[in-house]
Structure formats: C-alpha cells, structure tokens
Design a protein. Structure first.
Lengths: 161, 307
C-alpha cells in the first residue's frame, strides 16, 4: 500500500440495544422476584442490584463494543493501526500478529442475518476486535497483496481458509 | 485536692471491679457457647450419622444408574439425533431415584431436630441455626460427594472460583476436610446439570450438537437461580450465605461460559460451518436466566450479611 487507508468503525447499536435489553429485563425480573418474597427492598439494596446489573452489562456487552471495537482502523504497509475509542492512543498490529479475519463471504442481506455484517479480527494471542465488513474486506485484500493468500477465517476454535 | 484523688481512686477501683466482673461473665458465656455448640453438634451428628452413612452407601448405586442412563441417551443422540422414549424414562427414573426420597426424609429430620434444639437451647437458639446450617451443608455434600468419581466426567471450574467458595466456607466455620466435600459437591452438581443440559438439547428437535454447551450453561444458570430462590428454605444462617454464594458463582460462571460459547458459535456461523436457524435465541434466554440469578443472589448475600 502506498498510503494508509482509514476506515471508520462505528458502534453496533443494534447489538447494544438487543443484548442490553436482556440485562434490563433481568434487572426487572430480579426486582420482581425479590419483592414477591415480601421482605421489601431499601434504596441501598436497589442501588446494589442496579450496580451489579450495570457491571454485568459492561462486562458482557459494553466492553465488547467499547474496548474491543476500535474507533478507526488504519491499514498500513506493516499491518493495521487500531485507534482506541475512549482513551487516546493507538495500537499497532503487524500482519504477523494476525490469526484470522473472520468475515461472512456470502451476501448478509440475503440470509437475513443482520449481525453477519460485522466481522472479527483475531490476533494470535486470542484477543479479538470487532470491525465492520468493508474494513475486513479491505484488510483481506491488503493481506493477500502482501502474502499471496487470504488470511484464515473463523475464531481460534474453528480456524480455516 | 484530696477529694479529687479519692474520686479518681474510686473510679479506678470501680472500673477494675467492673472489668473483673465482665471478664468472668464473658468467660462463662464463652464456656457456655462452646458447650452448647458441642451439644448441638453431637445431637445432630447422632441424628445425621446413620442418614449420611445410608446416603453414601446409596450414592454409588445412584451414580451407576445415572451413568447408565446417560450412556443410553448418548447412544441415541449419536445414532439418531433424538432421544428415544426408553432413554427418557431411564433418565428420569435414574435422576429421581431413591436418593430423592432419602433427601426428603432428611429435610423432615432436620426440621424436627431444629425445632427440638431451638426449644432446648432457649435464648441461645441462634447457635442451633449456625451449627445446623453447617451440618445441613455437610449432609448435602456428603450425599453428592461420590458422584463425580462415579461418573468420571471432568469439569472445568476455575481455581479462583473454588478459592472464593473455600474461603467463605472456612470463614463460616467449616473445616478444611468439609471443604473437600464441598468442592466435590459443587463439581457434582455441575455434572448432574450438565447431564440435564445434554438431555435438554437432545429433546429439542433440530438442535445441532454444536449447541451442546448452550444446554449445559442454561442448566447451570437455572440451577443457580433455583439455589438462590430456595436457599432460605433449605438452610439457615451461615448456610444461607453459602448457598447464595454457590448460586452466585454458578450463575456468574454460566454467564461467562455463555458469552464465550456465543462468540464461538458466531465465529462458526460467520465462517459458514453452522447454520443459524433461530437457535441463538436460546442464548438470550439462558443469559436472562443467569442474569436474574446473579442479581438475585447478590441481593440475597447482601441481605444475609447485613442481617
């Protein structure tokens, strides 16, 4: 590549809303269960349960969309540069560090699976990052231009061409 | 001046006298508490001893039956993909075996023993609750202790989780020997519900075998939620904290595993190795169950500790 190509990597709000609503519903159900015991509930107890729900939400949903989804992805000669979303700074990932770029090769709109528009960048240390489909396609082409073949697909437990 | 000195001397003497009296009272109280705990323990041991022996002798047979039924179910899944009626009957009969009847008997014995000891120990009946809850926990773990070795199934429970439960158990007054039983019991419970999870997946028509871990996790989450819902029914005092902690750990572990498995399944679907025909919705249901379990158990533990 003669010059760097930069891709925006917006948050996938659909994922946050759908999976976030599961934790919201869990919070409401837990409150309902607690109240049916007839022991009542103080404000502090409500706060503790709400805090726990928020921690679960961040740990299982928010973290993926914030810490593991770079704000921008830059494809350069030596690899890709991942720009952090909240904190300043960037992470350089060399081509050799990449384990796979997992992407659905068919047309996602035809199979009706909205989330197949999302792709994964897996590193050899088993960390993964969420990237958009155009970014992943460009990354695959850049990888092929350098190594002569496309990168592997799938996660660490289902690697393949 | 003399009056002040006399006053100070008087206060000092009074303080010394009060301290001496308080020390005598505290020593007497401690001696009584020690005696009461030993008395309650020996009474409950006398009641539970034969019961535990009987349960332990039954557990081997129980495990063999469950293991045989699981083998039948596994054959069915491998050959036809669905569970035959014979296997379903064998599995349900094995799980709902004699051990459940004995467990019901144990609940009755515990209830009566608690009632009697509460009357005998009078104002110190809170000690009954503390000691009894430990023995109830011991009874449960004794019953389940042999299942892991009988089934011979490895279970991945991280050391950190075991350490947390172990620390709490020792903090509540349990011995290290009992802790070994407890660890086996937690593994056993997970194995039992792994079996139920496999059955659940097998009974769902059209569910690919790749989703087998989803069944395990759903079953584990459901068990955790059930433990937190019924912890106060089964046990009291420190035992309730213990049960709620186990519930919290199980639901949390199920949630963690569900997310790991969800990412794995998503990779397989994206790569085209697995077709998504709606099964992934069960991930949401399992996540909901585990989430409710974690939140309920958190509240339970806070309420137990603060009260």
């Amino acid at each position: 590549l003669s010059e760097a190509v930069v891709f925006d990597n917006p948050v996938y709000w659909r994922n946050i809303i759908i999976r976030g609503s599961i934790y919201g519903l869990a919070f409401l159900l837990a409150i309902a269960l607690i109240l049916t015991e007839g022991k009542g509930m103080t404000i502090v107890e409500l706060g503790i349960v709400a805090l726990m729900a928020l921690i679960l939400f961040y740990f299982f949903v928010g973290r993926e969309e914030i810490a593991q989804r770079p704000k921008r992805v830059e494809i350069v000669d030596t690899g890709v540069v991942l720009h952090r979303r909240l904190l300043p700074g960037r992470k350089m990932v060399s081509w050799e560090e990449i384990l796979s770029v997992n992407i659905y090769l068919g047309d996602p709109s035809k199979v009706g699976q909205e989330y197949l528009r999302e792709a994964y960048l897996w590193l050899k240390n088993e960390r993964h990052y969420l990237i958009t489909r155009p970014t992943a396609l460009a990354m695959r082409e850049a990888y092929r231009a350098r190594f002569g073949s496309y990168p592997l697909r799938g996660g660490p437990r289902c690697l393949g061409p | 001046m003399k009056l002040i000195k006399a006053g100070i001397n008087f206060v000092c003497n009074l303080w010394n006298a009060v301290t001496a009296v308080v020390t005598v009272i505290v020593n007497a109280y401690n001696a009584f508490v020690t005696w009461a705990i030993e008395f309650i323990q020996s009474t409950l041991n006398a009641l539970f001893g034969p019961l535990i022996d009987k349960v332990q002798s039954m557990s081997d047979r129980y495990c063999s039956n469950v293991y045989a039924a699981c083998g039948l179910a596994q054959n069915d899944i491998e050959n036809g993909g669905t569970l035959s009626d014979e296997s379903k009957i064998a599995l349900s009969q094995a799980i709902m075996g004699d051990l459940f009847i004995v467990l019901m008997g144990a609940v009755v014995v515990i209830s009566v023993a608690l009632l009697v000891l509460t009357v005998v120990t009078g104002p110190f009946s809170f000690l009954t609750e503390v000691v009894a809850s430990m023995l109830v926990s011991l009874l449960v773990v004794s019953m389940l202790g042999g299942i892991v070795s009988a089934l011979g199934i490895g279970v991945e429970v991280s050391q950190a989780i075991s350490d947390v439960i172990g620390s709490l158990f020792v903090y509540c007054g349990g011995s290290l020997e009992d802790l070994d039983y407890l660890s086996s019991a937690i593994d056993s419970i997970i194995v039992m519900f792994d079996g139920l999870g496999a059955g659940f997946i097998a009974m769902c028509p059209g569910m690919p075998s790749e989703y087998i871990h989803l069944g395990y996790d759903l079953a584990m989450a459901a068990l955790g939620l059930a433990l937190s819902l019924y912890s106060t029914t089964f046990t009291v005092g420190a035992g309730t904290i213990l049960f709620d902690t186990v519930a919290l750990v199980m639901c949390g572990y199920a949630l963690y595993e569900l997310n790991t498995e969800r990412i794995n399944v998503k990779q397989r679907i994206t790569r085209g190795l697995l077709e998504n025909t709606g099964q992934t919705i069960i991930f949401g249901i399992a996540e909901l169950v585990a989430g409710v379990g974690v939140l309920k158990a958190t509240w339970d533990i806070y309420r137990d500790v603060s009260s």
